[in-house]
Design a protein around this ligand. Structure first.
Ligand SMILES: *[C@@H]1O[C@H](CO)[C@@H](O)[C@H](O)[C@H]1NC(C)=O
Ligand SMILES: *[C@@H]1O[C@H](CO)[C@@H](O)[C@H](O)[C@H]1NC(C)=O
Ligand SMILES: *[C@@H]1O[C@H](CO)[C@@H](O)[C@H](O)[C@H]1NC(C)=O
Ligand SMILES: *[C@@H]1O[C@H](CO)[C@@H](O)[C@H](O)[C@H]1NC(C)=O
Length: 344
């Protein structure tokens, strides 16, 4: 077995098994916690989920949440808001897969949630009752704490902030859960419903975490607690009283960071940035595009002092397709041109 990168979180190692040619995360090096193989696989799958989703959510940002940010031991010199995002995405991804795999019976000693005891106030009535299999967020959270939080030793500012951001990630998963119901009764009359609580697609959690990153708050450290820096926070999520610091009163889902981010426009090895030169931006028009996508060429290129380079490429598509009896679809190949923009 051949291992390559030990991750930033000192948790995962990227390994190549002798039987396969692909690199995979399927091996864990636990620093302080022992977990069984099933859990380890689930954690690795959760890390993959987090990496993919983070990349998607940050695709139009100057910092694009590259995979390397997860796999390097130390990406940034200090705990900046991007480190907060990394921790919350990883924590959420791991919580998510553990929760789902638990309910699916894929983890030893773990199964559907006992929803009656977790929601005692929502008492079933004549028209609905709890049933089916509810996702076991409680177990997902517990395992995730064991795996991630145990990596933070010490009581320094970084450890406290990491723990807070891990917590925020888990909370985002919990808050995203929704009740689903299924109707019963003669010919769809829905006289009786069976309801359960389930996880949404992970995209929903990713969107929530991205919003939390956008409104993250800078904190400082003194007397063993994290406090909101007097007035220097540009974000909301917390109330600062007339300039002076106050005890950390950020809501549990607010991401916190300690230092300001470097300039992500330019590459700087010391600062751990690769710059936006070469990044693709979008000039697509139309409804349904996010504001960040529509602004991407300005945000990534122009405001960073780069030019926008246009490249025209030919893409082959299937066109003029006809259906032939039976049962084949025949198409022609058409060449269409597409403009691709990037920072140069
Ligand atoms: C957990 O789920 C993921 C996909 O959601 C899967 O790839 C992984 O193998 C599962 N782990 C276990 C132990 O079943
Ligand atoms: C690179 O980053 C370091 C640390 O943030 C900073 O001190 C230095 O001035 C930067 N260099 C350039 C060329 O911007
Ligand atoms: C589609 O097929 C028709 C009939 O064969 C042809 O006249 C037309 O030019 C084709 N269109 C394209 C886009 O290839
Ligand atoms: C499309 O492009 C390819 C290669 O660029 C060329 O071989 C093919 O003939 C073109 N097809 C059409 C319909 O123009």
């Amino acid at each position: 077995m051949n291992c390559l990168v030990r991750s930033f979180f000192a948790l995962l190692v990227l390994c190549k098994f002798s039987t396969s040619s692909a690199w995979s995360w399927n091996n864990l090096l636990m620093t302080s916690t022992r977990i069984n193989l099933g859990m380890a696989e689930s954690v690795a799958a959760g890390a993959e989920l987090a990496m993919g989703e983070c990349q998607y959510q940050f695709r139009w940002e100057r910092w694009a949440c590259p995979r390397s940010a997860f796999t390097k031991k130390k990406v940034f010199r200090s705990l900046i808001r991007e480190s907060a995002a990394l921790h919350s995405f990883l924590s959420a991804g791991i919580t998510y897969t553990l929760t789902r795999n638990c309910s699916r019976g894929q983890l030893e000693g773990c199964g559907c949630a006992n929803i009656h005891s977790q929601h005692p106030n929502e008492s079933p009535s004549a028209t609905w009752r709890w049933g089916g299999c509810s996702d076991n967020i409680k177990m997902g959270e517990q395992y995730s704490v064991r795996v991630l939080d145990s990596l933070e030793s010490g009581q320094d500012a970084q450890a406290l902030a990491n723990l807070h951001n891990n917590f925020a990630g888990r909370l985002a998963v919990r808050h995203s859960m929704r009740q689903s119901c299924k109707c019963h009764g003669v010919s769809g009359s829905c006289a009786m419903q069976t309801c359960w609580i389930q996880l949404p697609p992970f995209r929903t959690v990713g969107q929530a975490l991205k919003r939390q990153y956008d409104t993250s708050v800078r904190v400082g450290y003194s007397n063993g607690i994290l406090q909101i820096d007097g007035g220097s926070s540009s974000s909301n999520g917390a109330k600062t009283s007339s300039g002076s610091s106050q005890i950390l009163r950020v809501s549990p889902q607010t991401l916190v960071y300690l230092e300001l981010s470097p300039d992500f426009c330019r590459a700087n090895v010391t600062a751990g940035t690769s710059g936006t030169k070469g990044r693709t931006c979008s000039r697509d028009k139309g409804k349904g595009l996010s504001a960040s996508q529509r602004r991407s060429c300005i945000h990534l290129c122009k405001n960073c002092g780069h030019k926008v380079k246009k490249r025209v490429v030919t893409v082959m598509t299937s066109c003029n397709c006809t259906f032939q009896w039976c049962c084949q679809v025949q198409c022609q190949t058409c060449n269409t041109t597409k403009s691709i923009y990037s920072c140069a």
